[in-house]
Design a protein around this ligand. Structure first.
Ligand SMILES: C[S@@+](CC[C@H](N)C(=O)[O-])C[C@H]1O[C@@H](n2cnc3c(N)ncnc32)[C@H](O)[C@@H]1O
Length: 211
């Protein structure tokens, strides 16, 4: 991804762990939702980024078999370094996965799927495929956890969100915040029912399951 983001210059430890401030800030609130609602079994994390969440969440949720992944092979070094640091037996080695590639769900069935801060960074057709494939990958009692900033009724909910959305669209007119209703409709078309929870800093967490 060539977008310039607030965390683009995440500092790196000598062992290769990158430290994104946003992943540090939102970890506790995301973890609280997972602790309350994640089923046991295999969790596929899409767009793991630095790997901070994978390390922290896998340690805190030992009943989950945690599979981190990312589109960018360059991120796997940091994810693997966080994995070594966490030493959590339930945290698997990271894999490359393009979640916008049609058909990936057939090889990646999961009890839970976590996607944090991805949809606003990709074009609508790619986001449509991510949601459809995530829905298809879920096992019958599975849950999809989708966290990030969203438009609500077509509007950003704070000046900071409006500015960030505008900065993304200025870099690439095809990307930017998606509307929460648009996401819900895509998931409904894939047979999932959605519930939204307000999160700190105007973000939302969607928990979706099969109807
Ligand atoms: C803002 S980072 C979020 C990383 C992490 N989830 C977090 O919250 O710290 C966005 C991530 O999405 C990944 N990404 C972008 N397009 C993707 C795609 N089509 N499939 C999977 N990952 C993708 C990027 O490589 C990057 O690691």
């Amino acid at each position: 991804m060539s977008l310039r983001l607030p965390d683009s210059d995440a500092p790196e430890s000598p062992d290769g762990r990158r430290h994104a401030p946003s992943a540090e800030r939102n970890a506790e609130s995301i973890l609280a939702v997972l602790q309350a609602e994640a089923p046991k079994g295999r969790l596929l994390e899409i767009a793991s980024g630095t790997g901070q969440h994978a390390a922290r969440f896998a340690r805190a949720l030992p009943a989950l078999d945690w599979q981190p992944s990312d589109l960018d092979p360059g991120n796997l070094r940091s994810i693997a370094a966080w994995r070594a640091h966490a030493a959590a037996p339930n945290l698997r080695a990271p894999i490359v996965l393009d979640a916008a590639r049609p058909g990936w769900s057939a090889d990646h069935r999961a009890d839970a799927i976590l996607i944090v801060n991805l949809l606003h960074l990709i074009p609508e057709p790619a986001a449509t495929t991510v949601l459809a494939e995530a829905a298809a990958a879920l096992l019958p009692c599975g849950r999809l956890f989708l966290y990030g900033p969203f438009l609500r009724d077509g509007r950003a909910t704070s000046e900071g969100d409006a500015a960030f959305d505008a900065s993304l669209r200025a870099q690439d007119p095809d990307v930017g915040y998606k509307d929460s209703r648009w996401v819900e409709e895509r998931l409904a078309a894939a047979g999932l029912v959605s519930r939204w929870t307000s999160m700190p800093a105007n973000n939302l967490m969607l928990v979706a399951r099969r109807t």
